[in-house]
Design a protein around this ligand. Structure first.
Ligand SMILES: [Zn+2]
Ligand SMILES: [Zn+2]
Length: 257
């Protein structure tokens, strides 16, 4: 499993670019030299540092974006793809790990541009929540849902579904952080995208943030299922990835549930 990081909004990517050879989906030399971005290639997964969240783009002949940032992120995504030598026209799908505004806020603009948006139905339905609903029946979930623009059309994600990405990317429904939170498991690369299901402040992998989660008890229980997978690397939405040793980390967390 390889990945790269494209910083936006003035943030720095850390170590010097490790891009060495040109393959489809890898930033071309001209783009790297002229763009304001630096990249760290670790393979065919690139990280786009959007304000407040990390989106990930799978650099295959057709592009797949996992999460798409706050509303207004489309311009930053377009610039990041250009820095990677790719374009918005190659974007085949957006997969939202859940419906929170930092993950799905940018989806409406991409949907209007014709990109299919994939999301679990439990969160897609929640996006119809308006501020009046929130005032009538206040809850944490309705607050975040009201902050996220509704979508005209969503391709529903279902547990066990396998998407044609990374040789087969399995949808694992892991409710709790939100009712429709999903993790995405790529068996070929032993990589797990966890959205906000897990976090890793200071590099220490731990459960979802209880302040931002609808049902933290249910969210924690999901870790048992993740621990049964053969995972080498975990890709987080708000922290750098854990590249190795993920399975034992998940097993350790599951033992605390
Ligand atoms: Zn979230
Ligand atoms: Zn988040």
């Amino acid at each position: 499993m390889t990945s790269s990081t494209v910083p936006l909004g003035g943030r720095r990517a850390g170590p010097t670019s490790q891009c060495a050879h040109h393959v489809p989906g890898e930033p071309n030399r001209a783009a790297r030299e002229t763009s304001p971005y630096r990249c760290r290639m670790i393979g065919d997964i690139a990280t786009i540092l959007l304000p407040r969240v990390r989106a990930h783009v799978i650099l295959e002949p057709e592009l797949t974006l996992i999460d798409c940032g706050l509303a207004g992120s489309a311009r930053n995504i377009r610039r990041a793809l250009a820095a990677l030598g790719r374009s918005m026209d190659e974007l085949a799908r957006v997969i939202c790990t859940h419906g929170h505004p930092d993950h799905a806020g940018g989806a409406r603009a991409l949907a209007r541009a014709g990109v299919p948006i994939h999301m679990h139905d439990a969160d897609a339905r929640g996006l119809r929540t308006c501020w009046a609903d929130l005032i009538r029946r206040p809850s944490r979930g309705r607050f975040f849902a009201a902050m996220t623009p509704d979508l005209p059309e969503v391709v529903p994600l279902e547990d066990g579904q396998v998407l044609p990405v990374l040789g087969g990317l399995e949808v694992i429904h892991t409710p709790g952080h939100t009712p429709g939170s999903v993790c995405l498991y790529g068996a070929r690369d032993r990589v797990l995208f966890v959205g906000d299901m897990l976090q890793a402040p200071s590099g220490n992998v731990t459960f979802a943030n209880d302040v931002c989660s609808d049902d933290i008890v249910t969210a924690r229980r999901q870790v048992r299922r993740l621990a049964s997978l053969d995972v080498k690397s975990i890709v987080f939405s708000h922290y750098p990835p854990l590249k190795d040793g993920a399975r034992s980390v998940l097993e350790g967390l599951a033992a605390k549930v």
